[in-house]
Design a protein around this ligand. Structure first.
Ligand code: NDP
Length: 452
């Protein structure tokens, strides 16, 4: 048995009930055989067996009181997975599905993603099984304050800097920052995704979606193609999906789908700027459902989620580019086959691990340009890194300056993944290229720092 298989078996044995974590670990480990052959010193230093074990995992009780005076108890987590190249960095997710497996998968992915950005950030992730949907602002505030009453002692500008993720946007970051500041009595860059009036960065809200499209643009351009005139399907209608759609429009593409956990809308006329603005208001201010889009715009048709289907009809829409931007494992092997039969050119992951291993296999086999999230959605954390830099410098860069840096980072990540794959004889395999390029920097740093 090879060293990576041995390590993977031990991961499964230790935590048999963590399927998402196993999936994320295997996706990286299966790329590493040729690297370990070239670097036996990594094996001697136990790099692979150490990299799959979180440095620290914190789990805590989060009690809070709703508007009717009832007490609720949620579970809070922070996974500080790997600090070899910088303070832990990664988002907080508030969603009822949150558990140790999902957060460990996300924190593990984050290690390699952060490494790819070229910025000094370790990998972490956290969150809670709290569901902000349907809660009043006051309830969300009380929850965030209770969450931070425990988390504050584990984080800090030079130690661990959380950000947003599913269910955690500007409102939640604001409430958590307020409570951190009260408890620590220090105004420091401890969270990113902050409001502009108290230390946020321009372009941070847009960064993941914009960065995704910059990466996809690079991938298309390497094949002499572009977004101009391309039909694009996007899933999700949250932060990543909204700004991915905006950037696709900037580059001359046509966005034909958006979704939420209830279903998706297909608008053959295209979701233009005015319609997208309406969606942003619906989702961010009125906290409504995507089904309302079809009531507002008769050119669109709404399809509700049908859990009995073995595929998601969103991915049967005929498009040139697909950008899954909702959640993990939302695009399976059957969906990938449907996209391929419609001659899709490129698929780039905006969400974390939205494509199942079977789907990725289909794309690689059929030579569809495929960008794994750890490369293509790294623009969010990269711009969080830029927010940290601005906080340390105590100044704000302009919108154009941050956007230019984001663009340059995405171009570099693409180049790094592309060239690494090519160096190992796997040209065009961005999964391999991103895994290996991200891993090498971490492995070198762990090697230099001894067995810790
Ligand atoms: P948001 O909460 O803003 O939006 C999430 C969207 O996905 C919503 O439309 C939501 O629908 C939908 N969704 C969530 N869970 C499910 C589900 N189980 N089935 C179907 N749809 C679902 O989150 P973000 O846009 O920030 O995050 C989306 C993805 O991008 C996540 O995988 C996240 O980890 C990843 N990501 C985010 C970054 C960021 O900067 N925000 C950075 C890098 C990656 P509904 O409203 O019905 O729940």
């Amino acid at each position: 048995m090879s060293i990576v298989e041995k390590v993977f078996q031990s991961v499964k044995r230790r935590d048999p009930d963590q399927p998402e974590f196993h999936q994320a670990v295997w996706e990286v480990l299966e790329s590493l055989e040729p690297v370990l052959e070239a670097h036996p010193e990594y094996i001697d230093a136990g790099i692979v067996s150490r990299i799959v074990e979180p440095e620290r995992m914190i789990q805590f009780r989060v009690p809070w009181v709703d508007d009717e005076g009832n007490t609720h108890v949620n579970r809070g987590f922070r996974i500080q997975f790997n600090g070899a190249i910088g303070p832990y960095k990664g988002g907080l997710r508030f969603h009822p599905s949150v558990n140790a497996s999902i957060l460990k998968f996300l924190a593990f992915e984050q290690i390699f993603k952060n490494s790819l950005t070229g910025l000094p950030m370790g990998g972490g992730k956290g969150g809670s099984d709290f569901d902000p949907k349907g809660k009043s602002d006051q309830e969300v505030m009380r929850f965030c304050q209770s969450f931070m009453m425990e988390l504050w002692r584990h984080i800090g500008a030079n130690c661990d800097v959380p950000a947003g993720d599913i269910g955690v946007g500007g409102r939640e970051i604001g409430y958590m920052f307020g409570m951190y500041k009260k408890l620590q009595n220090e105004f420091e860059g401890v969270l990113t995704g902050k409001g502009m009036s108290y230390g946020g960065s321009l372009i941070r809200p847009e960064a993941t979606g914009y960065g995704l499209v910059y990466f996809a643009r690079e991938m298309l351009s390497a094949k002499g193609k572009s977004f101009e005139g391309a039909n694009v399907s996007i899933s999700g209608s949250g932060n990543v999906a909204q700004f991915a759609a905006e950037k696709v429009l900037d580059l001359g593409g046509k966005v034909v789908t958006l979704s939420d956990s209830g279903g998706f809308v297909y608008d053959p006329d295209g979701i233009d700027r005015a319609k997208l603005e309406w969606v942003m208001d619906l989702k961010n201010n009125r906290r409504g459902r995507i089904s309302e889009y079809a009531d507002q715009f008769p050119s669109a048709q709404y399809t509700a989620v049908d859990r009995n289907l073995d595929h998601n009809p969103l991915w049967s829409v005929n498009v040139d580019v697909a950008l899954p931007c909702a959640t993990q494992n939302e695009l399976n092997g059957a969906d990938a086959a449907n996209l391929v039969s419609n001659s899709v050119t490129a698929v780039a992951e905006g969400a974390n691990m939205p494509c199942t291993p079977e789907a990725v296999e289909v794309f690689l086999k059929e030579k569809v340009l495929f960008a794994p999230g750890k490369a293509s959605n790294a623009g969010g954390v990269a711009t969080s890194g830029l927010e940290m830099s601005q906080n340390s410098l105590r100044l704000n860069w302009t919108r154009e300056e941050v956007d230019q840096r984001l663009n340059d980072i995405m171009v570099n990540i693409h180049k790094n993944a592309y060239e690494t794959a090519k160096k190992y004889g796997r040209e065009g395999d961005y999964v391999f290229g991103a895994n290996v390029a991200g891993f090498l920097k971490i492995a070198e740093s762990m090697l230099a720092q001894g067995v810790v």
